[in-house]
Ligand binder design. Structure first.
Ligand code: AP5
Length: 219
């Protein structure tokens, strides 16, 4: 099963993907996480992406498409794409690459949440730079304040989680990414709309209820 998780920054894509892969055993392919790993290793790709990410702009399509298709090719079974595709061009290229293998995306889970809910989620987010675990200073606290539950060490605030950059990311989402839902609607794909303005556990339960109907399994 191949899924896409769509939604604005802070909708809870990363949080929910971790729960989906735990339950259904698929792989989590997050474009944001892959880009941050490239930056941490100071690769050429990471250097190219840095200024776009820090200002809340999208990294150019040609960089992202190649990077994500490489990650998908390495994956041996089902996966959830998180943060990709983010433009209709990315969606078209993804579909072409899958069609060449005789495959397709089975469903799109679209997390819906209003902009005013997002800002406190983003500015309160704390992440583990080592294992990628995500917390929130109020909604999802680690056992010890400021420290990752997985024993990795100190949590950090992402540089793109400031008020100014989040505002820009939301603007970019409305201008360039929200159209991706329309792209998949027009192509007749299965779109599962989820109200993401509920507590984390309730969002998870809504997603699981829908995915259970699809009989989601690895591969
Ligand atoms: P990326 O890392 O993908 O960022 P994003 O899409 O903006 O999404 P986030 O990771 O910020 O949010 P999320 O929806 O995963 O929310 P989370 O679960 O963490 O991309 C970063 C940058 O990389 C982009 O700006 C761009 O530059 C570049 N990039 C990446 N992909 C690209 C692409 N395809 N094309 C071009 N450029 C690309 O939750 C957020 C917080 O809220 C957490 O603290 C969490 O605990 C809390 N929370 C979650 N759910 C709830 C809830 N229901 N109630 C209360 N709190 C909640």
């Amino acid at each position: 099963m191949k899924l896409i998780l769509l939604g604005p920054p802070g909708a809870g894509k990363g949080t929910q993907c971790k729960r989906i892969i735990e339950k259904y055993g698929m792989e989590h392919l997050s474009s944001g996480d892959i880009l941050r790993a490239e930056r941490a290793e100071d690769t050429e790709l990471g250097q190219k992406a840095q200024s776009y990410m820090d200002s809340g702009q999208l990294v150019p399509d040609d960089i992202i498409i190649g990077m994500m298709i490489k990650a998908m090719t390495k994956s041996s079974g089902g996966y959830v794409l998180d943060g990709f595709p983010r433009t209709t061009v990315q969606g078209e290229e993804l579909d072409k690459a899958l069609a060449a293998e005789g495959e397709k995306i089975n469903a799109i889970v679209n997390l819906e949440v209003d902009d005013e809910v997002i800002m406190p989620r983003m500015t309160g987010r704390r992440s583990c730079p080592k294992c990628g675990a995500v917390y929130h200073i109020e909604n999802l606290k680690p056992r010890v304040e400021g420290v990752c539950d997985n024993g990795c060490g100190e949590l950090v605030q992402r540089p793109d989680d400031t008020l100014e950059v989040v505002s820009n990311r939301l603007k970019v989402y409305h201008e360039q990414t929200s159209a991706v839902v329309g792209y998949y609607k027009d192509s007749g794909s299965l779109i599962i709309n989820i109200n993401a303005d509920q507590p984390i556990e309730e969002v998870t339960a809504s997603i699981f209820a829908e995915l259970d109907k699809l009989n989601v399994q690895v591969g």
